[in-house]
Design a protein around this ligand. Structure first.
Ligand code: NAD
Ligand code: LMR
Length: 337
């Protein structure tokens, strides 16, 4: 059986608890792949991680290969095909007497994690490794990781699939149509309250979702805000950030990259801008994407009206500000990104 080496950081955390079984069950990489897990945690949490490892063994999945647990990112990054960078602190907690309210407030708490991880993956990972950053603030953490990887053959992404799934769920409720009928959902920009979920270009039966809904007040004031603030809504209700749905979105992203995209649709993730849609090159920006012959490409030439362009400008500016805030963590060799 062919093998995939999958690195997961934050492996003893909430998201990983839902994520790890699905990586080795055969669901994500298909029934003909053995999946070797390289699980990374900070040293005080390695004992707890061992409990998760025991449970993974007890699942008895025949696609499960070797499992290593370590605090050494360089060891874990060796020959990785995928790196799922979940490890980081969620918002909602209190640090030095101050509650972390926004994902962007985590920049200085979490950003530093991604320098060493980026370097290790760039040096030790496979040349075609795919990296999905889940830990917040995901886009700018991915920017830090990618710049420190100093390796342009690998694909760095930040997760916006959860936002796309949230948007589809709200549209499904509103239109009374099944989720699978909703295609071409794009989340433009940052995984933050400035993200722009685009209903003009989303479609049902080939027709624009915004035309089907035909209620700009609902779209602008209910839908948009609901999706942008869904993470907070969950934290307020649950007392912890989304975990099962975040793990599910990470699995969706891996599947979307591993398999060519069906005709007539696309998926959402943030990747390094190549200048498409006027976004400054290098920013890790939420785009519509397709996988063609195993290669991920940005969908081009979508129409964006003035309202969409204004929203995209807001989220772009936020990402530029975040980049400026972490400029010390961005590797000098790639400082132009
Ligand atoms: P959690 O606190 O349950 O788990 C995080 C784990 O990361 C902990 O076990 C911690 O020990 C570990 N960790 C911390 N620093 C690490 C390091 N340097 N190396 C390896 N592991 C490290 O949190 P969670 O609920 O699993 O969430 C993890 C992150 O994902 C948070 O930043 C959260 O905000 C983010 N998140 C992102 C999305 C998204 O859509 N992008 C969705 C949900 C959550
Ligand atoms: C989410 O969107 O659920 C995560 O980014 C967690 C958060 O802080 O909102």
């Amino acid at each position: 059986m062919k093998e995939k080496n999958v690195l997961v950081t934050g492996a003893a955390g909430q998201i990983s608890y839902s994520l790890l079984p699905r990586l080795i069950s055969g669901e994500t990489f298909g029934p003909n792949r053995k999946v070797n897990l390289k699980l990374v945690e900070i040293p005080p949490v390695l004992d707890k991680l061992q409990g998760t490892v025991l449970e993974l063994e007890d699942c008895g999945f025949s696609n499960c290969g070797s499992i290593i647990s370590t605090s050494e990112i360089n060891e874990a990054a060796e020959d990785c095909d995928w790196a799922l960078l979940v490890g980081s602190i969620p918002r909602g907690i209190t640090i030095n007497g101050k509650k972390i309210e926004e994902r962007g407030d985590l920049l200085h708490v979490n950003g530093g994690i991604f320098t060493d991880q980026g370097n290790a993956i760039g040096t030790k990972g496979k040349e075609d490794a795919k990296i999905l950053v889940v830990g917040n603030p995901a886009n700018t953490n991915a920017l830090i990781g990618k710049s420190n990887s100093n390796n342009n053959s690998q694909l760095w992404m930040a997760m916006t699939a959860l936002d796309a799934n949230r948007a589809k769920a709200q549209i499904s409720i509103k239109t009374n149509r099944p989720i699978e009928d909703i295609k071409r959902m794009t989340i433009w920009g940052n995984h933050s309250p400035t993200m722009y979920p685009d209903l003009d270009n989303a479609s049902i039966d080939g027709k624009s979702v915004s035309e089907i809904i035909n209620d700009s007040n609902w779209i602008e004031n209910d839908f948009l805000v609901r999706v942008q603030q869904r993470g907070k809504e969950i934290i307020d209700a649950r007392g912890a950030s989304s975990a099962a749905s975040a793990a599910n979105a990470a699995i969706d992203t891996v599947k979307n990259v591993e398999n060519d995209t069906k005709e007539g649709t696309w998926f959402s993730a943030a990747v390094a801008s190549d200048g498409s849609y006027g976004i400054p090159e290098g920013l890790i920006f939420g785009y519509p994407l397709r996988t063609e012959n195993g290669k991920v490409e940005i969908v081009q030439d979508l129409e964006l009206n003035d309202y969409a362009r204004a929203k995209i400008e807001i989220t772009t500016n936020e990402l530029l500000e975040e980049k400026e805030e972490v400029k010390d963590l961005i590797a000098l060799s790639l400082i132009h990104i």
